[in-house]
Design a binder for this molecule. Structure first.
Ligand code: BGC
Length: 757
């Protein structure tokens, strides 16, 4: 192309306007405010502190918070709650600073505020988007009643390594389901109008790829191809942005060699230029400072680098506060770059309506009216029941009769402190319903004998690490043998045994990675002794992650996976165990047989040497000592009833760009209970320009079927569902054959094929 002088002038003018347009706010009051602000005042807005009253999740808490607020050096706080306390802090800002700019009040409301819902991984197993959105709505109603207007949720990091403790906080391994859940949660928190007093800013995290930390070790390096990023890991963040999320939090890890917090490709080229994100970006807890040990320079270097990369707010680290002015003076950053970050934060405050009324979330009668209502608790109980996954029902032991003689045993059967689960700092464990309480309430005519049976772990050192937020693992004074004997005696004098075993809540979550994710030795011994009594045994398995349970699975036991299911845990567990609710949850993560199979997930690739069968074959892609298949595939979960799938039909054999395809299947309830089934559709792209996953989730529907009922269910595929990012990172659908599978989990067998022409 030949550029003449006119073109060049036009181009320069355009670039000039673009550059300056960035700094201007389209909201006149915000622009007026920015025009009045000094450089120091602007830098102050970029500073997020925590007085450390709540849970400190890093190694430092902020100092001299009051002095800093009064000096205009703080843009927001987190870890402060309750209308009275928030008011005091807000008054410090509004009454003492020159421009009276109100503060943001953030919090980690991860799975409910005071009405604690199941851990997010558990909730995702409901595959119920309305339910999940409503849980986020309730969380927002309660949190805003307590003065919070900014929520550090949803956590949408795709996680395929159950060693990583934070797998508990997300929606599992799949980008399609993960995106749908991300969007539902953002809508639930933010509602349709952010200036309503019961809606809050949502903050999607952790951008990006945090779930892919090597070896499942928290905060560890991430190294991933762009093709994998775009196809498997980035979609849920993008879905949150498309749903209008107001803010985004960077992750601790590096992305392609540059820590996310200072990664310009991630925070500007991708997030803003390509995805069009208009909100503000906050760092994770001191993730700015952590770029020093990452090896990127001193505090001034990493602060300048991060601002230029597109970071707007610095959480706790005070790198922006203490170095940016100097960097402006030295010409390392521009005042315009600071103004831009400040503008984005002020615009968020404006959207919340804080400039109209800084005290709008602070009605002192709201907490009583809106928090932990009967309705919220009842809903939490339903959500919990829907998050459980029935992994095995040996000889249909479950449901148990309400008048049975039951030995209720295990270290988690009477443990209030472990019910809420990880990352529930706003909840109160004292309000949680234990399993034994739930059993007594739901089955008042049952005869229940309780015995602890075993410690969660006998390892005192591990117990110390897990008990950082209060006693989760309590090691009994009795010997393990004496505890087991008591449980066996209870079993021998009962009709059935229910053993509530698994992980303490803080054995998953942040900084809670494990290299061994099996059931502890102490509990294994208990289970073996119980099975040896010959009584029908049900394991109620609590955990924040998939566990490796091949030995227990082989035993003649039933297994109900209940995660850590929140404030109504005990009631919900009893509802399912006694058949008030027929379980319908399906796993959103693949469960490995052992840790050596990790990473293991349903959308694996075929390889050039696929192993076509279960057994070993030389020179095929397999292991000498373990099959390739997991213990439970993604999407797996049983019911008290059974479902039969038949008659898969595609309404077309060929489609062209822009057309849709209807896939219909007949599902019949062939068992003895009414039930719900999550029907799943997987797609396989037979030939394409980059190696395709064997199959990928591309649709699902939850249906209710009465005993004996049959329904035709239709799932629709669009061209969008056939698209993927190719090696040029273009999002394309390539012509050719596709195979559709529909069924109860990712091993779905019914199939049909069509051609995109
Ligand atoms: C976590 C974030 C959290 C933040 C604030 C960090 O340690 O990684 O998920 O939002 O603390 O509590």
């Amino acid at each position: 192309m030949n550029l003449n002088k006119q073109h060049v002038i036009f181009f320069l003018l355009f670039a000039f306007i673009q550059l300056h347009a960035q700094e201007k706010s389209t909201i006149p009051v915000i622009q007026e405010l920015l025009d009045k602000m000094t450089l120091d005042e602007k830098i102050g807005q970029l500073n997020l502190l925590t007085p450390g009253g709540a849970v400190a999740t890093g190694s430092v808490v902020s100092k001299d918070v009051e002095t800093k607020i009064k000096a205009g050096q703080v843009g927001g706080l987190f870890g402060v709650s309750g209308p009275d306390k928030v008011r005091v802090a807000q008054e410090l800002a509004v009454n003492n600073t020159r421009l009276k700019i109100p503060l943001l009040f953030g919090s980690d409301v991860i799975h409910g505020y005071k009405t604690t819902f199941p851990i997010p991984l558990g909730m995702s197993c409901s595959w119920d988007l309305d339910l999940i959105e409503k849980s986020a709505r309730i969380a927002a109603v309660e949190a805003t009643a307590d003065g919070i207007n900014w929520n550090f949720s949803p956590m949408v990091d795709i996680a395929r390594d159950p060693r990583w403790g934070r797998i508990a906080e997300g929606a599992g391994e799949d980008p399609y389901l993960g995106s749908a859940i991300a969007s539902a949660m953002v809508k639930g928190y933010q509602g349709t109008n952010l200036s309503e007093p019961n809606t809050m800013l949502s903050c999607v995290k952790h951008f990006a790829l945090y779930g892919a930390s090597q070896a499942g070790r928290d905060y560890h390096t991430v190294d991933m191809s762009k093709v994998k990023m775009f196809n498997q890991y980035l979609p849920p963040y993008k879905a949150a942005i498309d749903a209008g999320v107001a803010s985004i939090m960077t992750s601790f890890n590096d992305v392609d060699g540059i820590p996310a917090t200072g990664n310009k490709w991630l925070l500007t080229d991708l997030l803003r230029d390509s995805w069009g994100f208009k909100g503000f970006v906050v760092s994770d807890y001191t993730s700015l400072n952590e770029m020093i040990p990452h090896g990127l320079g001193n505090l001034q270097d990493v602060s300048a680098l991060s601002l230029k990369a597109g970071l707007d707010m610095d959480m706790v680290g005070e790198g922006f506060l203490t170095t940016l002015k100097k960097s402006v003076e030295e010409g390392r950053v521009t005042e315009e770059e600071i103004t831009q970050a400040c503008r984005r934060i002020l615009e968020a405050k404006y959207k919340l309506g804080l400039f109209d009324d800084p005290y709008r979330y602070l009605e002192s009668n709201r907490p009583k009216k809106d928090i932990l209502t009967q309705g919220h608790r009842q809903f939490a109980r339903e959500v919990a029941a829907r998050s459980f996954v029935l992994l095995k029902n040996h000889k249909s032991i479950l449901p148990i009769k309400k008048n049975a003689k039951i030995a209720l045993v295990g270290p988690l059967a009477d443990s209030r402190n472990n019910m809420l689960g990880t990352w529930a700092p706003t909840g109160n464990p004292d309000l949680a319903v234990t399993v034994i309480e739930g059993f007594k309430k739901v089955a008042p005519n049952a005869t229940i004998s309780y015995a602890k049976g075993a410690n969660i772990t006998d390892d005192k050192e591990l117990a110390k690490k897990v008990n950082v937020f209060g006693p989760r693992v309590v090691i009994d004074k009795r010997t393990p043998e004496a505890m087991i004997k008591e449980a066996v005696d209870a079993a021998n004098s009962s009709d059935v045994v229910v053993a509530v075993v698994g992980e303490a809540s803080e054995m998953s979550g942040e900084s809670a990675s494990r290299t061994d994710i099996s059931i502890s030795e102490s509990q294994k011994k208990l289970i073996q002794a119980l099975v040896a009594t010959g009584k029908p045994v049900t394991l109620v398995l609590m955990s924040g992650r998939p566990l490796t349970i091949p030995e227990e699975y082989e035993m003649p036991v039933s297994v109900l996976q209940v995660w850590h299911s929140g404030v109504e845990a005990g009631n919900a567990i009893a509802d399912v165990v006694f058949g008030n609710y027929n379980p319908s949850g399906k796993l959103t993560t693949t469960w490995p047989r052992n840790v050596g199979q990790i990473p293991i997930y349903h959308s694996i690739k075929n390889t050039g040497r696929p192993n076509p069968k279960e057994g070993y074959e030389k020179f095929k892609s397999n292991y000498l000592d373990m099959p390739n298949t997991p213990l439970f595939p993604f999407g797996y979960g049983l019911s008290y009833t059974t479902f039969e799938y038949s008659n898969l039909q595609l309404d077309k054999l060929e489609i062209s760009a822009g057309e849709t395809l209807n896939v219909t299947v007949t599902v019949k309830n062939t068992g003895n209970y009414d039930g719900e089934e999550i029907i799943q559709l997987y797609l396989s792209d037979v030939v394409r320009s980059i190696t395709p996953p064997k199959r990928q989730l591309k649709g699902f529907k939850k249906v209710k079927l009465k005993k004996g009922e049959r329904k035709e269910v239709t799932l629709t595929l669009t061209e969008e569902d056939l698209k993927f990012y190719n090696s040029d990172l273009d999002f394309v659908a390539e012509l050719g054959e596709f195979v559709v599978y529909v069924g109860p989990n990712s091993d779905a067998e019914l199939s049909g094929s069509f051609v995109l022409k």
